[in-house]
Design a protein around this ligand. Sequence first.
Ligand code: BDR
Ligand code: CA
Length: 316
Amino acid sequence: MNPKHIILDTDPGIDDALAILLALASPEVVLDGISAVHGNASAEQVTTNALSILELANASHIPVYQGCDLPLVKESLLSPETHGNSGLGYANLSAPATKPQIKHGSDYLIEQIMSHPGEITLVAIGPLTNVAIAIRKEPRIVQNVKEVFVMGGAIKHQGNTTPLAEYNTFVDPHSAHIVFHSGMPIILTPLDVTYECIFLKEDLNRLLKIDSPITKFISDSTRFYMEFHDEYQKIDGCVINDPMTLALTYMPEICDYQDLYVDVDISTGVGLGNTFADFYNYEKKKPNMKVAMGVRPRMFMELFLERMEKLAKTIS
Ligand code: BDR
Ligand code: CA
């Protein structure tokens, strides 16, 4: 089968960085480009991070486009406590030699999707601002994108940013609302499945048997992420949401899915950013997405570890 052409819309971010590495380590996909979006750090910082990660993996030929630095309506909410001030935990990558492209991230999404109708798989693993802006600027991308994998939401699971809301949907609920109701073919990876997949210290130790800048980066970044999970959520290890979303683009059998009508709360109360599904079809609305609601955790983790080992062996 021909590899899928992928664009990552991302806010690296520790687990975003792991998703970039997994894309580079997966022959099933071709990473055409990256659009960066505010979220775990500012748009400028996450753009720099994306460039540094590509450089670390000898993949500087992949273009990076800086996108939106603010949510549509709310104030921005960065996450230094989760991902560190730079967004990459204790990792200290050198400043990238390559520069971002001139075009805005949302314009890049439009240009790529419209010039390759039915061929682009969009993987959105940050707040959905770039994607929402792109839809408003060029609504025809909705019919022309092949599929959109979104990391976001907490359907039956508790939130990780408020008691009810997951980070990406809480940071920009209005953009999530636009994307969810756009008619795009969405496959959602909510916390319901990502919180079943913990990257353990044993997993890290397995990777550290290979001496490589890749394994050093994974160690330096996830050490911070593990400390966060321990302190805030009493989880031993860390939840790597974003690479799991990427893995589903070519190994869908990691999860079980339900076709559901999902909405996001954009009122201003305690539920802001909460995502909820109409399981009993009270509203008589057609499903607007496929939602991953069951998962085989070790199937994903084995894939992730194998791919990281392979990548690490090629980079010394
Ligand atoms: C999501 O929020 C971010 O902190 C992570 O990178 C992930 O995309 C998980 O809620
Ligand atoms: Ca992210």
